[in-house]
Design a protein around this ligand. Structure first.
Ligand code: TXA
Ligand code: MG
Length: 341
């Protein structure tokens, strides 16, 4: 066990010094908090897997503070990838590119010929990386399998004693992880939906992008290796509730008020009296921001057996929200008998 310090934006030099020594420091981004280690220090990178309990074939995002920093590992950046960086960075887009062989360790790439690059929209973290002058690996700073952390407190809950510090810059504003686009293939392919939409990517590139809906089976090597593992799972079973099913779902929650919690928007919550509730706010934007915090909120209540959670339209940020919610529920929906596949 080590002491986990809380750093603020005024402690960047100290946090960078820890990273230089091969220590782990969690950092804020606009999407979720990341678990940082010097991406060029293989030993430090290996400790990230250990701290998270993450399977070692699951590669890590390389978090940079400039486009120039990417060139160290990629050489010349293709004009399409450059367009995306110039349009969306700093911001919630992770770009997969072919790398110069050997420029990043296998601990970072999981043995792939590519790496995922991201420049987050958080000035404190950009300062931290600039101070270090090396990229940080940056998986979400949660225990593997748990909802991603959107506050420093969430990180502390999962990783206290396992990492040297957390840079606290308040709650994440987007709340779901970045869109991942694979630019190493002939046709640009979205591997994970996020705040940057397929439409805006197509508009910027002036060509079609495809979404990889291909379901990953255990045996094969998935496109984004992380996709095959259990994800975002709170202690209780999550059930997704379709709009039409709310009256019945709320009745159910009231009749079993100690065991059934409700994660929904204000309009739904204000129409009823349920004991255990967490607000997603008003719309898909606030829902994306509040989803992980809501799932984690009920983890502190061991009596909760089910979390009834609002479905949104699979569109824009709603697509990112539904992607996470479906994983956290194992794709289970509420019906009168409680569960439906
Ligand atoms: O918003 C985010 O992207 C956050 C913040 C902290 O930056 N990070 C994040 O990292 O979500 P992580 O490790 O939880 O998710 C990264 C995903 C994983 O599913 C991983 O398998 C995939 O990206 N990935 C990483 N490198 C890849 C590569 N070279 N090819 C395909 N997928 C890759
Ligand atoms: Mg993650």
């Amino acid at each position: 066990m080590q002491m986990t310090k809380i750093f603020t934006k005024n402690d960047i030099k100290e946090a960078a010094a820890e990273l230089k020594m091969g220590e782990l420091v969690a950092f804020p981004t606009e999407t979720v908090y990341g678990l940082g280690a010097d991406a060029t220090n293989e030993k430090a990178v290996k400790r990230v897997y250990l701290a998270k309990g993450r399977p070692s074939d699951n590669p890590l995002i390389v978090t940079v503070s400039s486009i120039k920093m990417v060139e160290r590992f990629v050489g010349e950046i293709s004009s399409d990838a450059k367009k995306l960086m110039e349009k969306f960075w700093p911001g919630s887009l992770t770009i997969i590119l072919n790398i110069i062989p050997g420029s990043l360790s296998e601990a970072v790439t999981g043995g792939l010929k590519t790496a995922a690059f991201r420049m987050p929209n958080n000035q404190v973290t950009l300062n931290l990386i600039s101070e270090l002058d090396r990229p940080l690996v940056g998986p979400s700073a949660n225990s593997s399998g748990k909802p991603s952390p959107t506050t420093a407190k969430h990180v502390f809950h999962d990783l206290e004693g396992k990492i040297s510090g957390i840079v606290d810059d308040g709650p994440a504003t987007v709340g779901v992880e970045s869109t991942i686009i694979d630019m190493s293939t002939d046709v640009p392919t979205i591997l994970r939906p996020g705040a940057v939409t397929p439409e805006s990517l197509e508009e910027t590139l002036g060509k079609m992008v495809i979404s990889d809906k291909h379901k990953v089976k255990d045996q094969e090597t998935p496109k984004a290796p992380g996709m095959k593992y259990k994800h975002y799972a709170p202690n209780a079973q999550v059930l997704i509730v379709k709009d039409n099913d709310w009256p019945e779902a709320l009745k159910f929650a009231q009749e079993n008020q100690d065991e059934i919690a409700v994660l929904a928007t204000d309009d739904i919550l204000s129409s009823t009296e349920v004991k255990l509730e967490y607000s997603l706010g008003q719309d898909e934007k606030s829902a994306a921001k509040n989803l992980f915090a809501g799932l984690r909120y009920f983890d502190d209540m061991p009596q909760v057996k089910y979390i009834l959670a609002k479905e949104f339209l699979d569109d824009g940020l709603g697509m990112a929200y539904m992607n996470r919610l479906k994983k956290s529920s194992g794709n289970q929906f509420f019906n009168g008998d409680l569960v439906e596949n």
